[in-house]
Design a protein around this ligand. Structure first.
Ligand SMILES: [Cu+2]
Length: 268
């Protein structure tokens, strides 16, 4: 197969100078792009989700699509030192934890949520400690899932559960969807995924991060995800974690009901 035609892509790093959400443009003071141009401050087009998930003064890494008419940035990741250090430490911790648990790596009911550090759909670092004292409903999805009865249905059910929990006046609940496809699902892609569905993100976040950290989380939660060509074949698991961090309920597959989860949430 011939290589796809079109503009060349280059890795780019730099600091966000300003963000134009109205026109989906970012101004970035970028470092040298070897083979293309020296470091300079310039404007790029970007997806709405990317524009929403970066912040002036923050360092990013991205793919520059070198279209001369309209240079674009894609695959944008936060690249601030403090953020990447926190996420890398979370990844190391998970790796050691998965290794140390050996044959008992699977976290069953009654066990606790492992520690992790990932990025949310706004590009902010989310550490598991943020959920201390809160109940958490957690599942795994990926934005490109083509199977209507898998991730798209799971997201609809999470949204329905969020509404039902609010109606039941359950206040201390967070909904969390971790991506199965961190290579593609950047914070900006997840931001677009949430806003395309009109999701209320005040207590519903979408998490992504280093593939190794995601892989260890999947292992600990007994979720299988393997690419077959372009398609990511995967299982589904939906978990309820109580305010002490303990896994109190779990549904495998797609046949769970929002009301069954809400019934198991602790009332105020
Ligand atoms: Cu899916």
């Amino acid at each position: 197969m011939a290589a796809p035609a079109g503009p060349k892509r280059y890795p780019l790093t730099g600091e966000v100078v300003s963000v134009d959400r109205l026109h989906d443009r970012l101004t970035v003071r970028h470092d040298d792009v070897p083979g293309l141009m020296p470091g300079m401050t310039m404007e790029f087009a970007a997806a709405a989700g990317d524009v929403a998930s970066v912040h002036p003064g923050e360092r990013i890494r991205a793919q520059l699509v070198a279209d001369l008419q309209a240079p674009r940035l894609e695959s944008i990741w936060p690249d601030d030192r403090a953020a990447t250090d926190a996420v890398a430490a979370g990844q190391r911790h998970l790796r050691e934890d998965t290794h140390d648990r050996g044959n008992s790596v699977y976290r069953d009911l009654g066990e606790t949520l492992p520690d992790f550090a990932l990025y949310d759909q706004s590009g902010r670092v989310v550490q598991s400690g943020r959920f201390r004292g809160k109940q958490v409903m957690l599942n795994f999805i990926y934005s490109r899932c083509p199977f209507a009865n898998m991730c798209p249905a799971a997201t609809m059910k999470m949204m329905a559960t969020q509404r039902l929990a609010a109606q039941a006046h359950i206040a201390n609940i967070e909904f969390v969807s971790v991506t199965l496809d961190p290579e593609h699902d950047t914070p900006g892609v997840l931001h677009d995924y949430a806003s395309a569905r009109g999701i209320d993100t005040t207590n519903f976040s979408f998490l992504t991060g280093p593939p190794g950290a995601i892989r260890d989380l999947l292992t600990q939660f007994g979720v299988v995800a393997e690419f077959e060509g372009e398609i990511l074949k995967h299982t589904l698991a939906t978990l309820l974690i109580d305010q002490h961090g303990k896994i109190v309920w779990r549904a495998d597959g797609s046949e769970w009901e929002p009301k069954d989860f809400v019934a198991r949430m602790r009332r105020p």
